[in-house]
Design a protein around this ligand. Structure first.
Ligand code: KG4
Ligand code: ZN
Length: 335
């Protein structure tokens, strides 16, 4: 079969493998989540993540091939996330890809993790083309990317401290709501008043596209301690926290799209699941005459189909990694 790529993703706490044909047809997309193992710690524990990847990756790859009804010998290449991410976790994926490639005489294609998130959009919306501005908000990263073309990607700004998902998780942990905190706060916020408490909107008018979210988390902690947990309506705290965090994301995303003169906005990362964010950004985009693309959740969160899709243009160009290439925890944004 033409252009079959096996994608592998292990940058954080999802062990994932997928087979994608021609850069856009998903034949399989298998994700083994480790969330149960990290739950009691209220966040991802890097050492546990690496160990679970080692235990699971072969099964996940096998499952991806079986579901796609293809064999290693049918593949044109193996694509793998080379960073950014947890270094021990990344190594498991990279070594697996390299071992498969060595055994089956296949090229290895390296993919930058944030770039792969952008490519999830092409899997979901084939009509989407460059240029666009993407808001990428997950547990590990939060930033705005200007994608002028496949090869011209500019990181307009990013969080200077906590990622958006991380802020959700930390506030939920402090309020003893459970893990991961994003979906829990999202649900509770629906029953709360977003204007009950006026939490800070840090860097809203900073004149750049960076974010700072750890001060908001501290403001929530201080407020709850000062007022006394028993006297508070937790849904109000959740709704007000969420509103403050999302306002900065929405305003800066639309501002970036206007400044860059693009007509399309793309939403990616686990926080893209947030109901209020989807609704708010859709409304803001409509008002600004912009088109919003938010792919289905399974393509927004970490997966390997997006890795295989992002690798496809490199297949034709023969842009392959040397056999012993090492992943990098801080791999910069570049195609
Ligand atoms: O992309 P993802 O699955 O994994 C990485 O971090 O790479 O994102 C997970 C993050 C977690 O921090 C989780 O709390 C957050 O996304 N999240 C949400 C929602 N669903 C997941 N945050 C806000 N609202 C949600 N509905
Ligand atoms: Zn991610």
């Amino acid at each position: 079969m033409e252009g079959l790529i096996l994608g592998i993703e292990t940058s954080c706490d999802e062990t994932a493998a997928a087979v994608v044909k021609g850069g856009e047809e998903i034949l399989s997309n298998v994700v083994a989540s480790q969330v149960e193992f990290h739950k009691k710690f209220g966040g991802v524990v890097p050492e546990i993540a690496s160990r679970k990847h080692v235990e699971t990756i072969n099964l996940v790859v096998q499952e991806a091939l079986e579901q796609a009804a293809v064999d290693f010998k049918d593949l044109a290449a193996v694509a793998v996330t080379m960073g950014p991410g947890l270094i021990g976790a990344l190594l498991v994926g990279a070594i697996t890809a390299q071992a498969i490639a060595y055994a089956w005489q296949l090229p290895v294609i390296g993919v930058q993790h944030l770039v792969s998130h952008l490519w999830a959009k092409f899997l979901a919306h084939r009509e989407l083309d460059f240029p666009f501005v993407a808001l990428l908000a997950s547990g590990g990263h939060t930033g705005l990317i200007y994608a002028e073309s496949a090869e011209n990607l500019e990181l307009l700004g990013e969080t200077l401290d906590d990622a958006a998902g991380e802020a959700f998780d930390k506030v939920a942990k402090f309020l003893e709501l459970g893990y991961p905190g994003g979906p829990i706060i999202d649900e509770l916020a629906k029953q709360g008043n977003p204007r009950a408490i006026n939490f800070p909107r840090a860097m809203l008018e900073s004149g750049d596209y960076n974010f700072s979210l750890s001060g908001l988390k501290t403001a929530v902690v201080n407020y709850v301690k000062r007022e006394g947990r028993e006297r508070l309506r937790i849904p109000d705290v959740c709704a007000s926290f969420q509103e403050a965090l999302l306002e900065v994301l929405v305003v800066k995303t639309v501002r970036a799209a206007k400044e860059k003169g693009v007509k399309q906005i793309v939403l990616a990362g686990g926080v893209a699941a947030n109901n209020r964010l989807r609704e708010w950004l859709a409304e803001a985009a409509r008002e600004a005459g912009l088109k919003l693309f938010s792919p289905p959740l399974e393509l927004c969160t970490d997966n390997a189909a997006m890795v295989a899709a992002a690798a496809f243009p490199k297949l034709a160009k023969g842009d392959f990694l040397p056999f012993n290439a090492a992943p990098q925890a801080n791999l910069p944004l570049s195609y």
